[in-house]
Design a protein around this ligand. Structure first.
Ligand SMILES: Nc1ncnc2c1ncn2[C@@H]1O[C@H](COP(=O)(O)OP(=O)(O)OP(=O)(O)O)[C@@H](O)[C@H]1O
Ligand SMILES: [Mg+2]
Length: 441
């Protein structure tokens, strides 16, 4: 244990040893937040007789994939006996000096299970990835559980035992002006009980060298401050596709510039009366490092899937067509009760390229925006704005709401059509932890 904490990074060290009642470590992706949470847990296990520590993650999956193996590994290598009961979410640990301790694992997905136990201390990982109301509810429930009495040795007064303070520590990436911002940076800014500790991704020298460059390429500049530097960034009212510039992302390319054998890649969103589609052509020149998607045409506000099929057929009678549709169109039947939208497209002779399930909305829009402009100032997604006036306008207009979700009030479906296409074509390889985060957001 001493050995482990000895290796802690400065921001981790401050969090592990914080004496505040509510310390918060807010840092970038991969800055070592979860590791710090684990170390702080180990510190309590060595200090408190029969310690009971509650640990909370946004999802059960994160507990299983990240925490269980990490704790099992630590105890097994240190020769400490432990027993994990996965169905109860409890790990018993026989500590050399403090006896039988328990770590109680709970997910924030299911606040109703935050009941029926008492802890000395609690630790919450990534609370900002859940909605503010839900985070507030979880926080209240955790406070209610965190009341087990204990005493600490007081060097000033060695004969008398001193009552210990129950603490709740949080480690999170900032996700806009949500629960953590509201609580630590606003409401309790000058309250010594609430300590805010910041850390940056680049402070973690244990990460692979290519981690930060990969992040920079993936995230748009306005999110980099949050995701690498741990800064709170407000999303509300911001333009979703802030990277798009109708002049800089302009291409004059039309289909006439490509041979008839070039397949047309069509992104499509299904909405009765508001069907939208965009037509793209992939351009890649590996030697010149070019990997572009050019949007050369659009279909806007068509009635239904058969109308869309007819329109595509008449505009491009001799082309190979690959459709990248909204994946929910596999089961959705907007016209013919016996055939799904995707089945109708297939029947019309189009090739279909769709995942089983759509990626999370946030992932789709963030990656589309990054293709408009990445942190290295490269624009890989170009639009012929003369041919696509509706797409151009929708992309310029769409903004985020209070919860960081893109506002939809009618004309934005075509942006979704673009997102289905770009996400599939560029098949962005994303770090898995980020996928987890996006899923809960
Ligand atoms: N003090 C340390 N000593 C050695 N390795 C560390 C230390 N702190 C973190 N690491 C390693 O750095 C990587 C990232 O750490 P960790 O998963 O804790 O970061 P995180 O901030 O929780 O990341 P994410 O944002 O993805 O949740 C892990 O491989 C972890 O083992
Ligand atoms: Mg983590």
């Amino acid at each position: 244990m001493g050995l482990l904490v000895g290796k802690a990074l400065p921001h981790q060290y401050r969090f592990i040893y914080s004496r505040a009642k509510f310390p918060a470590l807010v840092s970038g992706l991969g800055a070592g937040k979860t590791e710090a949470l684990i170390y702080r847990t180990l510190k309590f296990l060595t200090e408190i007789k029969g310690a009971k520590i509650g640990i909370y993650e946004p999802t059960v999956d994160l507990i299983k994939r990240i925490l269980y193996p990490r704790f099992e590994d630590i105890f097994a290598t240190s020769g400490i006996k432990f027993k994990l009961n996965k169905s109860d979410g409890v790990m018993q640990v026989w500590m050399p000096n403090t006896g039988l301790c328990e770590i109680i694992f709970r997910s924030m997905e299911n606040p109703a299970r935050i009941i029926g136990y008492e802890t000395h201390h609690s630790l919450l990982d990534e609370i900002d990835t859940i909605a503010t109301d839900k985070a507030t509810d979880v926080w209240g429930r955790v406070i209610a559980r965190n009341r087990k009495k204990f005493y600490v040795y007081d060097p000033q007064n060695p004969k008398q035992r001193k009552k210990g303070v129950n603490t709740i520590g949080i480690t999170t990436t900032p996700e806009g002006f949500k629960f953590v911002y509201k609580t630590w940076a606003k409401k309790h800014l000058n309250d010594p009980n609430y300590e805010l500790i910041k850390g940056r991704t680049r402070d973690n020298h244990h990460l692979p060298d290519d981690y930060i460059p990969a992040m920079r390429e993936f995230y748009p500049p306005q999110l980099i401050d949050a995701y690498l530097n741990g800064k709170f960034v407000n999303m509300k009212g911001r333009t979703v596709y802030s990277g798009f510039d109708r002049h800089k992302n302009y291409t004059s390319a039309t289909l006439d510039d490509y041979p008839e054998s070039t397949p047309l890649l069509i992104g499509m969103d299904f909405n009765v009366g508001r069907m939208g589609a965009v037509v793209g052509v992939k351009t890649s020149d590996p030697e010149a490092g070019i990997r572009q998607l050019r949007i050369v045409d659009e279909f806007f506000k068509l009635e239904d899937t058969p109308a869309m099929i007819a329109a595509i057929r008449s505009r491009y009678p001799n082309r190979t067509i690959v459709v990248y549709p909204d994946a929910s169109g596999r089961s959705r039947k907007s016209v013919d009760a016996s055939k799904s939208d995707i089945a109708l497209l297939r029947q019309a002779g189009f090739r279909i390229n769709a995942p089983k399930k759509n990626p999370p909305v946030r992932e789709r829009v963030v990656s589309t925006n990054t293709m408009f402009l990445n942190s290295d100032n490269v624009r890989n997604l170009l639009v012929n704005t003369d041919k696509c006036p509706n797409l151009t306008e929708a992309v310029e207009k769409q903004i985020y709401d209070d919860n960081g979700i893109p506002v939809k009030d009618g004309d934005e479906d075509i942006n979704d059509a673009l997102g289905y296409l770009t996400n599939r074509v560029f098949g962005l390889a994303r770090p898995t932890t980020v996928i987890g985060r996006m899923r809960v957001a």
